[in-house]
Write a protein that binds this ligand. Structure first.
Ligand SMILES: [Zn+2]
Ligand SMILES: [Zn+2]
Length: 381
């Protein structure tokens, strides 16, 4: 069967003929892959910055943001049946008995680093026709979200991050009570999102939904569809080209929460300087090699201590984050149907994967459709 693969040894990216998988254990499910989203991680893997083939292979099948249909189930599978739609998780646990995280089903917090990740690290990904995996890594999604379910995986980044932020907000300022409804958690608070990629935009949707006065800070200038999207969900857009950090601070006031989703270390550090009293700063970007800059760590340290600040890094994601992402995507699509659909730039055939990954971005989130009938690219047009 067809698969989209990267050969790190020979530095090649191409479509390969990959052996079709079979059920070999009773708790496994066979998936027919439908949609696979592409993101910056795929770009870095296809530029050979990272990405490791599984043992015994010289290539890695890429793709980690997936939607699939269950087509066959093992005898011990009880939650899923053929025809169900699922979003699979990405990370699989390490095998070390002492890894407290992996042994308790929290492999996104793995201590040893010996985890695998489908489509990224030592495990084949989802850009292929069929995949076999264990039922416990599957997240059942309702069929009415079929068009946008491929956004579940990128949304888990915000879900995991903000679940931790909301826990912190109950145990330190602003001491929100357990009775506060989820739509009012951020009431009276100001959140700043860095970046207008899918992770930033989905994060902004979550923050608006939680009641934060939400600002989005990025390089783009209007007219730009991403800026239109920010405004359409009720957030305020500020461009780095028209407002520097000091002007940003004047415009917003005390910044209670920063959600960094751009992977730009220089900008991240600049904004850390203006984080507010009792502020929480969430980092989700994974920067590649970037230019060294001068910094004043003593001032940063003084500010963080004297202002009770929290700096939180987070990598996605566990099953709770997937479950809440599925619930929130339903909330988003009902509240902002056009904006959520705008996040998906288009569906394209596997043959176009590499030009979409390595070329200029054509929209916000490009999706590879292994389900040929739904492709809007060259193959069916
Ligand atoms: Zn991704
Ligand atoms: Zn582990």
């Amino acid at each position: 069967m067809k698969a989209v693969a990267v050969f790190p040894g020979s530095r090649e990216v191409k479509i390969v003929e990959h052996k079709a998988p079979r059920l070999s254990q009773p708790d496994q499910v066979m998936l027919r892959m439908l949609d696979i989203g592409i993101c910056g991680t795929d770009r870095e893997i296809c530029s050979f910055e990272y990405g490791t083939p599984p043992w015994g292979y010289d290539y890695l099948v890429i793709g980690h943001e997936a939607l699939a249909e269950v087509v066959e189930v093992g005898s011990a599978v009880n939650r899923l049946k053929p025809g169900d739609l699922v979003v699979p998780t990405v990370r699989r646990p390490c095998s070390h008995p002492e890894c407290l995280a992996c042994r308790s089903g929290h492999q996104d917090y793995c201590y040893t680093g010996d985890f695998t990740e489908r489509g990224i690290k030592e495990a084949h990904g989802y850009m292929t026709e069929f995949v076999v995996d264990h039922e416990c890594y599957m997240n059942h999604v309702p069929p009415d979200l079929r068009e946008v379910d491929v956004l579940v995986e990128p949304l888990t980044i915000a879900e995991k991050a903000l679940a931790q932020v909301f826990w912190l907000m109950q145990h330190r300022p602003p001491w929100i009570g357990p009775e506060v409804p989820s739509s009012e958690l951020g009431r009276g608070l100001k959140a700043l999102v860095l970046g207008v990629g899918p992770v930033g935009l989905l994060g902004a949707m979550m923050l608006v939904t939680a009641g934060f006065e939400t600002y989005v800070y990025s390089r783009e200038l209007p007219p730009n569809p991403r800026i239109d999207l920010v405004c359409s969900i009720g957030a305020t857009y500020i461009s780095t080209q028209t407002s520097n950090i000091e002007q940003l601070l004047v415009q917003i006031g005390n910044i209670d929460l920063v959600y960094e989703a751009v992977g730009h270390s220089h900008l991240a550090l600049e904004v850390l300087k203006v984080l507010g009293i009792n502020g929480i700063y969430v980092l989700t970007g994974v920067p590649g090699l970037q230019a060294f800059i001068e910094a004043d760590p003593a001032r940063l340290m003084r500010d963080m201590v004297l202002k009770n600040q929290v700096l939180l890094g987070t990598v996605n994601a566990g099953s709770e984050a997937f479950a809440s992402a599925i619930r929130n995507l339903d909330v988003f699509i009902k509240r902002w149907p056009a904006a959520v659909r705008t996040l998906i730039a288009g569906r394209y055939p596997p043959e176009q994967t590499f030009e979409l990954i390595l070329g200029r971005p054509t929209g916000i989130k490009s999706v590879i459709a292994f389900d040929g009938a739904r492709v809007i690219g060259t193959r069916n047009s």
